[in-house]
Design a protein around this ligand. Structure first.
Ligand SMILES: Nc1ncnc2c1ncn2[C@@H]1O[C@H](COP(=O)(O)OP(=O)(O)OP(=O)(O)O)[C@@H](O)[C@H]1O
Ligand SMILES: [Mg+2]
Length: 244
């Protein structure tokens, strides 16, 4: 399974989705960051947008990979994909996270439209509704994007592909730890807090307890979102759709 995580917008959760949702649920999967600056912590390989030939070679040499395309590289990468005819077919699917802000919904619509324009079949697109407030229905929050998708027929997003807002993503960011590791951590922090002598130690342990609890809740949510993406259906390749 080879996936690109992409959006013209920054800050929609591309790296979060790549590292915490997709890669841990695909066997032997590595995350490659296409960034013009240093990659986020924990990401093994960094490729610059301009090194597209290198990225293509790399894609031929691995079975399972998630390519996290930094927002500043998206336009250039899509331009190169048009130049290297059919190179978009190196990816089984394009995962496009989005967030409730109107501007980001518009950028998401533009991203989906551009992917279709370079020849990606709409059934290979997957939208993820990220940072969703559980109180608000996805249909309402993402009305702008959904109306666009329906009118253009460019993608049929699954409204269950949702990642609720959760502060744990910011708490683990840059620690190099995955949520799965944190959720599997069976340390009894309550017992350790009871034994800790200093107030500072108690506070530090309480923070780890909070992350452990949040992580356990989030892993279930991520499992559900991953199932809703139905990525298995991407495993069989369709004939190429000619690029416009
Ligand atoms: N579901 C969520 N709930 C709360 N915070 C989140 C969620 N998803 C992502 N974040 C936070 O939002 C910020 C942006 O996420 P992330 O870095 O994954 O976005 P990005 O699209 O990769 O950004 P960039 O374009 O800068 O690479 C981060 O601080 C991240 O921790
Ligand atoms: Mg990122």
């Amino acid at each position: 399974m080879k996936l690109a995580v992409i959006n013209f917008s920054g800050n929609v959760g591309k790296s979060t989705v790549a590292c915490h949702l997709l890669a841990p649920r695909i066997p032997d999967c590595q995350v490659v960051a296409v960034e013009s600056i240093n990659a986020d912590n924990g990401q093994a390989v960094t490729i610059r947008g301009r090194q597209f030939a290198q990225l293509q070679e790399f894609l031929q040499s691995v079975d399972n990979v998630v390519v996290d395309i930094g927002a500043s590289n998206v336009e250039e990468l899509l331009k190169l994909m048009r130049r290297y005819r059919d190179s978009q077919r190196d990816f089984d699917g394009f995962v496009v996270p989005t967030v409730p802000d109107r501007k980001q919904q518009q950028d998401t619509a533009a991203t989906l439209a551009e992917l279709v324009r370079i020849g990606v079949p709409p059934e290979r697109l997957r939208v993820i509704f990220n940072q969703v407030d559980e109180e608000d229905p996805v249909e309402t929050t993402f009305a702008t994007l959904l109306a666009y998708c329906a009118s253009k027929g460019i993608a049929r997003p699954n409204l269950s592909a949702v990642v609720p807002f959760n502060e744990v993503y910011s708490l683990v960011r840059g620690t190099g730890q995955t949520l799965a590791d944190l959720a599997a951590d069976d340390t009894d922090y309550k017992a350790q807090i009871a034994k800790a002598e200093s107030q500072t130690d108690k506070v530090a342990l309480a923070r780890r307890l909070a992350i452990q609890r949040l992580a356990r809740g989030v892993v279930t949510e991520l499992d559900e979102c991953f199932a809703a993406l139905d990525l298995q259906s991407l495993a069989t390749r369709d004939p190429a759709v000619p690029a416009a």
